[in-house]
Ligand binder design. Structure first.
Ligand code: NI
Length: 169
């Protein structure tokens, strides 16, 4: 699996629900986790490898790799926290992003088993970031215009037109 970079329109599309979690998802999960590890990241979503399905992987330090299929956010805390984010699709760029401190999420794993998870700290942060990818939203959509322009300028003017942003702020 190859990681797509900012400017690729697939990163701006909404991913489709997985209709049936068949046995092939064990392999798909392995491939996504491998791409995540190869990229030295903590999370990777389907659209980032051109797979336009509602699936993402999260692997934070001290935890097992986790696969989320057809996730739905049940609850987020009112309390917000600032945390520095990056993204495998926007390499080398980092910015502080404000998001809820905790999240409660329901999803299915690669074996088709449903689960509910309450997360805080970095796990919550990565889950919220990856879940955004399924909506075509990138972390640069959640920072100030000045900061976003700085990042886009660094990445090159060619990207500017292509990296059309989603209105989330
Ligand atoms: Ni990302």
């Amino acid at each position: 699996m190859e990681i797509l970079f900012l400017g690729n329109e697939k990163l701006r599309e909404k991913a489709e629900p997985v209709r049936r979690i068949g046995p092939e998802y064990v392999r798909i999960a392995e491939d996504i986790i491998k791409a995540l590890h190869d990229g030295d990241g903590v999370g990777l979503a389907g659209p980032q490898v051109g797979l336009m399905e509602r699936i993402f992987a999260v692997h934070v330090q001290g935890d097992e790799p986790r696969i989320f299929i057809n996730p739905s956010i049940i609850e987020t805390s009112e309390e917000l926290v600032k945390y520095e984010e990056g993204c495998l699709s926007i390499p080398g760029m980092y910015a502080d992003v404000i998001r809820p401190k905790t999240v409660k999420i329901q999803a299915w794993n690669e074996k088709g088993r449903p689960f509910t998870l309450e997360a805080s700290g970095i796990l919550a942060r990565v889950i919220l970031h990856e879940n955004d990818h399924l909506e075509g939203i990138l972390f640069i959509d959640r920072i100030s215009e000045a900061k976003r322009n700085r990042i886009l300028a660094k990445l090159g003017k060619a990207l500017k037109g292509q990296a059309e942003r989603k209105k989330v702020l």
